[in-house]
Design a protein around this ligand. Structure first.
Ligand SMILES: [Zn+2]
Length: 378
């Protein structure tokens, strides 16, 4: 029944069998670290343009649906971190491709087609200067390890949500206990007067965030999910501890990037119907202003990321992890979150979109054209 449900709800293609065996092994290993429960969700692996991992209940059964395309996209982001050149443009290409595929699903083929072309262009520019993905053996090994930890975390985070639902009271208490430790750490860490003020502010910033929004279930899912993913990555897959930590934290950041792109996709979907040029320009400016994560969203994202890093740092010295995450911000997050929308605002007009819709190849079959441009079929 889950097959029919997903086929109706998403654009799907069959999952790769050898990888399904790998995910089953990951899932069994994660389950081995949680309390046994007859009602544990069944893992179901799919491949869809949604790139989502989620708990879905159909009839009496709960499934943990893992989307292989999510892992594939993570893998691409990992490659970009180690690319020999053009990381920022490759990140913009990936973001444009993501938007193109989502807009196609949301029913905006024209703007999807435009973004498909943008993705293609960004990528071609980089490839003109040679293959950016010829990695050293060492970087290739790290990349392979990162994806293991990342996929484990994505699955473990959902499993943790399920566990939370079984005993909300105790799970909340557990999380609050660790959150208090985390706040204490920020309150007591500093020794110099200037630093004291900074750290006190950090703690207060998080206290306010916690008071203003119910985020305990997410904090629990990050914390518990992060810890079991870390343990399986190190014990069952033999990852060096720092790579297991870096994989988990990057996975969190990648998911946050996708959330951002979801917001942009829905926004562009609305803008696409505006034909008046000045209204169109105004809407795009508004998107550029709103587009960070919104003040509240940003606070929660920061709290979640720092709590996750704090909890995992007990396993590992953090300099390698911080370096990789700093590079990710430079190479991917900033160029996409702050750069891409600005470029769209500068270039996109109703006239350009209308001209694009008139294009002969586009008229034949927009879906096929966009799939070709974004490589969805590959
Ligand atoms: Zn969650």
């Amino acid at each position: 029944m889950i097959d029919e449900y997903l086929a109706a709800a998403r654009r799907v293609k069959p999952a790769s069998e050898p990888l399904v065996a790998h995910y089953n092994f990951c899932y069994e290993s994660l389950l081995g670290l949680t309390k046994e429960s007859a009602s544990n969700p069944e893992l179901y692996v799919t491949y869809s343009a949604e790139r989502r991992c989620e708990l879905i209940t159909v009839g009496q059964r709960t499934y943990l649906v893992y989307d292989q395309y999510l892992g594939q996209t993570f893998n691409r982001l990992n490659r970009i971190q180690y690319a020999t050149h053009g990381s920022q443009d490759l990140s913009r290409a990936l973001a444009s491709k993501y938007l193109a595929e989502r807009l196609l699903q949301l029913g905006s083929p024209v703007i999807a087609g435009f973004l498909g072309m943008v993705a293609h262009q960004f990528e071609n520019n980089v490839k003109e200067e040679g293959n950016p993905f010829e990695l050293s053996r060492e970087n290739e090994a790290t990349r392979v390890n990162l994806i293991v930890a990342q996929e484990l975390f994505v699955i473990a985070h959902e499993l943790a949500h399920f566990r939370f639902s079984l005993d909300q009271e105790r799970s909340s208490e557990e999380t609050e206990y660790y959150i208090n430790q985390f706040l204490d750490y920020h309150r007591t860490l500093p020794t110099e007067p200037a630093a004291t003020r900074d750290h006190f502010d950090t703690a207060r910033y998080y206290e306010e965030t916690l008071a203003s929004q119910q985020c305990i279930p997410e904090l629990f899912a990050d914390d518990f999910g992060g810890l079991i993913a870390f343990q399986v990555a190190v014990r069952a897959f033999g990852l060096p501890a720092w790579q297991a930590v870096a994989g988990v934290v990057l996975a969190f950041k990648y998911l946050r990037l996708f959330q951002h792109l979801e917001v942009v996709a829905h926004y562009l979907c609305d803008v696409a119907t505006v034909t008046d040029p000045s209204l169109f320009a105004k809407s795009l400016s508004k998107l550029a202003d709103d587009v960070g994560y919104g003040a509240q969203g940003l606070r929660i994202a920061q709290l979640r990321e720092h709590f996750l890093r704090y909890r995992l740092s007990q396993n590992e010295e953090t300099s390698n992890v911080s370096e990789l995450i700093g590079e990710y911000d430079e190479k991917t997050e900033f160029p996409v979150v702050f750069g891409l929308v600005d470029r769209l605002r500068e270039n996109l007009t109703p006239r350009l979109l209308a001209g694009f819709a008139e294009n002969a190849t586009f008229k034949q079959d927009p879906t096929a054209m966009i799939d070709e441009l974004t490589g969805w079929v590959k």
